[in-house]
Structure formats: structure tokens, C-alpha cells
Design a protein around this ligand. Structure first.
Ligand code: PMP
Length: 366
């Protein structure tokens, strides 16, 4: 029995507003086919692994020193990648990086949210947005999407203008539903917002739509575009998220970030991964084609499938989504119950994994 186990959570002087909450987290189960956390199914190449190892070996000799606190070289590399993929001339001053985009989002709410402030999101969406709001004591203001999970932009802009939240989250493509928001619609929303608008583009590389980065020149005082290397970049284990914004936004985040938050190991591994971007992102086209194949096959089996331009698909309708999730698991396929009635979400995997998922889908039925 671990030391101190006689004390329970309810015995601790926990903040009242955290009592009764459950931690975020999908089950991490050892199952043959894991399609539940929207990772890239392809591991890093042997070349990339060798480069990471060599870089780590080099910095290992300097681990007695703190890393570059402002991660300047990494931010330069991120700026070069994002500038070349969006055509917007970004520099390191426009980029900020942290341990996953979750930490980016947390820093944003630490700086622009907090007690007495409000953040608004269009639900269902990424469930960490309200959790990070809770952790930073930012009041959460949920706003529903249409029944088909699309965003009614006219209505959304009205609500944003009316409630005047300090921070608005727009997830594009939206997790867990899959659709993205056109830049013209984002413009309407940002125009209506009095405060900060965070466009969470964790899945941008899988989408054929333009990035919100194109709007930074027009809305430097409002817009923050958040990105991650966890998905298309196949770097989920490396933990590297980033944002693009006006340099003043980065100045704001410097006030709340912990010093040396990005380890020297993280910084060099992420830079090595960025040098292999072309190779890694080569899998994106294949995954997009596989996504379309999965969508079509599911529809062929009689499922309702929500259109997606990300690397996952939301589908239903299940009388009992929880039971269906368990049934997939019994077939060796781990997918995600995202808490949307009648629906489950599957991440697009390798062709073999997708075949296994589709075979299980035939068995599970609706
Ligand atoms: N935003 C969205 C929309 C996501 O789906 C995720 C991961 N599930 C994240 C942010 C955070 O990912 P990470 O911290 O790995 O960058």
C-alpha cells in the first residue's frame, strides 16, 4: 500500500471549483489496433531516429545547463515551416512554442483569461478547451453547433458580439466532428469578437482549406493560430505545440510561461523532426485518401458519417455508443467514445489498421 494512501482526494483542501471533476484522458490500452487519439500511425523513419539520437547525444553533454529559455532556433525553424506552408512571411517573433498545444492554450488563458473573464467555444469541440478554462478559472461559455455539427457563422458572430467573451476558441478542423471553417467565415467571427480569437488548427495539415494564418496581418490584435506537431508531424511523444500571432502576443505569453519550459532534448528533437518535414508530411496525402476510403466504406455499411477534412471520422448512429465502443474493443480495435450521443470517433490509421476497423464495423453493426 503506497505511503499516505489513507488520505483521499475529498480530504484535501482542493479548490471548490475543482471538486467532483474527472481528469481528461482516453484509455491507454494495449490493443492491436489503436485508433483513438488522432496520432499519425507511421513511426519516424530510421533516418530521423538516427538524427534525433545524434542531436540528443550532443546536447546530453550540456544537460548541466538550462536550455535556451526562448527556444529561438526552434521558433525560427517553425516560422520557416509555417511561412512556406501558408505563404505568410512569419519570423521567429511571430512564433511561440510549448510542450504540446495544450500548454500553448493554457498559456493563452493564463494571459488573456482568468478570474472574472470568459472564454467561449462552439460545442461539441475539443474537450480540453473547457478543462483548461476551468484550470485557469476562466468562465466557460459554451455555444452549440448545428445538429449536423457545422458552424452557423452568422448566428455564432451574433452570440460572440452579444456575450463579448475575452477569448473565443474556434477549432478548425473541429475535433471530434471533422469539419473546418472557411477563412471568410473566420473573418466574420473575428470581426465580431471584442477580444482574442484562438483558431485551434491542430489538424490543419490534413485539411485542404487555407489556414487562418492568412488573417494575421489583418487582425494582429485579436488572432492567435495554434498548431501542433502531435498529429501530421508524427511527434505526439515529443510534445511540441506552437502558435503564430503578432509579436506582442508572444510578449504577453512570456509573462506567464515557466522559465525553461521546453527542455533542451525537446528543442533539438523537434528541430530534427522539422528538418524531415517533407518526408513526414508525405504521409498526409495517404492518410487523407484513407480517410475518404473509410468514410465511403462506413457509409456503405449504413452508418451516418460526418464529413471530415481531418485524420479522424465521427460516425453513428448507435443505440448505445458505449456498448458499441466496448464491442470494437473486443474485436481488438480501440476507438473513441467522445461523449456525443449515438456517435463514436475513429482515427485514420494505416491501410491495414483501417481494414481491421472496417471488418470490426461489419461485426459491430449499429
Ligand atoms: N487541439 C486539438 C483540437 C486537439 O485535438 C489536440 C489533441 N487531441 C490538441 C489541441 C492538443 O494536442 P497536443 O497537446 O498534443 O499538441
Amino acid at each position: 500500500e503506497p505511503v499516505g494512501e489513507r488520505v483521499e482526494l475529498s480530504d484535501l483542501p482542493l479548490r471548490e471549483d475543482l471538486r467532483g471533476r474527472t481528469p481528461y484522458g482516453a484509455p491507454q490500452l494495449d490493443v492491436p489496433v489503436r485508433l483513438n487519439t488522432n496520432e499519425n500511425p507511421y513511426p519516424p523513419s530510421a533516418d530521423l531516429v538516427a538524427e534525433v539520437v545524434a542531436e540528443v547525444a550532443e546536447v546530453a553533454g550540456e544537460l548541466h545547463r538550462y536550455p535556451d529559455r526562448d527556444a529561438v532556433a526552434l521558433r525560427e525553424d517553425l516560422a520557416a515551416y509555417l511561412a512556406s506552408s501558408t505563404g505568410v512571411p512569419l519570423t521567429a517573433a511571430n512564433l511561440w512554442a510549448a510542450n504540446g498545444s495544450n500548454e500553448i492554450l493554457q498559456q493563452i488563458l493564463q494571459a488573456f483569461g482568468g478570474p472574472g473573464r470568459t472564454a467561449l467555444g462552439f460545442e461539441p469541440s475539443y474537450s480540453m478547451h473547457p478543462i483548461i478554462a476551468a484550470g485557469t478559472r476562466t468562465e466557460w461559455s459554451p455555444t452549440p453547433r448545428r445538429a449536423d455539427f457545422s458552424l452557423d457563422v452568422g448566428r455564432a458572430a451574433e452570440i460572440v458580439a452579444e456575450r463579448a467573451p475575452d477569448v473565443v476558441f474556434v477549432t478548425s478542423p473541429n475535433n471530434p466532428t471533422g469539419q473546418s471553417v472557411p477563412v471568410a467565415d473566420l473573418k466574420v467571427l473575428i470581426s465580431a469578437a471584442p477580444g482574442i480569437v484562438v483558431v485551434d488548427e491542430a489538424y490543419a495539415e490534413f485539411s485542404s482549406r487555407d489556414s487562418a494564418v492568412a488573417l494575421l496581418e489583418e487582425f494582429p490584435e485579436k488572432l492567435i493560430v495554434s498548431r501542433t506537431m502531435s498529429k501530421a508531424f508524427a511527434f505526439a511523444g515529443g510534445r511540441l505545440g506552437y502558435l503564430a500571432a503578432a509579436p506582442a502576443v508572444v510578449d504577453a505569453l512570456l509573462l506567464v510561461r515557466l522559465p525553461y519550459h521546453l527542455s533542451a532534448l525537446t528543442q533539438v528533437a523537434a528541430r530534427a523532426s522539422l528538418r524531415h518535414a517533407d518526408e513526414t508530411l508525405g504521409s498526409v496525402a495517404l492518410l487523407a485518401a484513407e480517410r475518404d476510403r473509410v468514410v465511403e466504406a462506413l457509409a456503405g455499411l449504413g452508418f451516418d458519417v460526418v464529413p471530415s477534412d481531418a485524420n479522424f471520422v465521427l460516425f453513428g448512429w448507435f443505440e448505445d455508443a458505449r456498448a458499441a465502443w466496448r464491442s470494437y474493443l473486443e474485436h481488438g480495435v480501440l476507438i473513441r467514445d467522445v461523449g456525443i450521443a449515438g456517435h463514436l470517433r475513429v482515427t485514420v490509421g494505416t491501410p491495414e489498421e483501417n481494414d481491421a476497423f472496417l471488418a470490426a464495423s461489419k461485426e459491430v453493426g449499429r
